[in-house]
Design a protein around this ligand. Structure first.
Ligand SMILES: CC(C)(COP(=O)(O)OP(=O)(O)OC[C@H]1O[C@@H](n2cnc3c(N)ncnc32)[C@H](O)[C@@H]1OP(=O)(O)O)[C@@H](O)C(=O)NCCC(=O)NCCS
Length: 165
């Protein structure tokens, strides 16, 4: 919780964390370096209108560990689970001022689907970003299927959280 609280502008309660982690434990990933948690991605998935949609709720890597591909690996792993679970698409919101996150998701193929006026409590607008899966875009298949583990530097370890923590 501290990791996310320190780095994201939106305040989240313990109930928000429990909602995501208890209901979709296979969609929370933590990155560790020497037993220290240095990054996390927290997601969910479910029906949305007539699609089955993945949603990335939180993504954080602590400052000293940025720029090494850790966030890309965390997001890629969660997207892979979403694909394997039959999702049609993935969405998330990012502050329009968050150049790093927008660049990261842009590189992964996300498009800006909508601008949400004053979406955040701090008054900043959001972009709703969307990634359509290979059924619509075959070029993405190789990015999010097997082989992704090779991208992860050996000294980092990503793991999924389960109920027994
Ligand atoms: C955004 C964040 C998760 C990126 O983590 P990271 O581990 O450094 O990201 P990666 O190393 O995987 O970066 C992958 C690519 O994203 C882009 N990117 C990431 N951070 C960037 C930055 N600050 N400025 C510009 N581009 C950036 C780059 O294209 C980068 O590739 P490159 O290093 O080859 O140029 C991290 O900066 C963070 O935790 N920020 C605070 C919380 C936050 O904004 N979360 C996202 C909410 S939507």
């Amino acid at each position: 919780m501290g990791l996310v609280d320190d780095e994201l502008s939106e305040p989240y309660s313990i109930f928000t964390y429990r909602y995501f982690v208890y209901l979709w434990p296979n969609l929370t990933f933590l990155a560790f370096h020497k037993e220290k948690c240095v990054g996390t991605v927290v997601c969910k998935m479910g029906d949305h209108r007539n699609t089955f949609r993945g949603y990335i709720a939180m993504l954080v890597v602590i400052k000293p560990y940025r720029g090494r591909g850790i966030a890309t690996e965390l997001v890629t792993r969660s997207i892979r689970v979403m694909m394997e679970s039959g999702c049609d698409e993935v969405t998330l919101e990012a502050e329009v001022t968050n150049k790093g996150a927008l660049a990261l998701y842009g590189r992964l193929g996300f498009i800006r689907a909508k601008r949400l006026f004053r979406y955040y409590l701090n008054g900043v607008d959001a972009f709703r970003l969307k990634l359509l899966f290979p059924r619509q875009n075959p070029m993405l298949a190789t990015t999010f299927t097997d082989g992704g583990d090779d991208q992860l530097d050996n000294q980092y370890e990503c793991s999924q959280m389960y109920h027994d923590f």
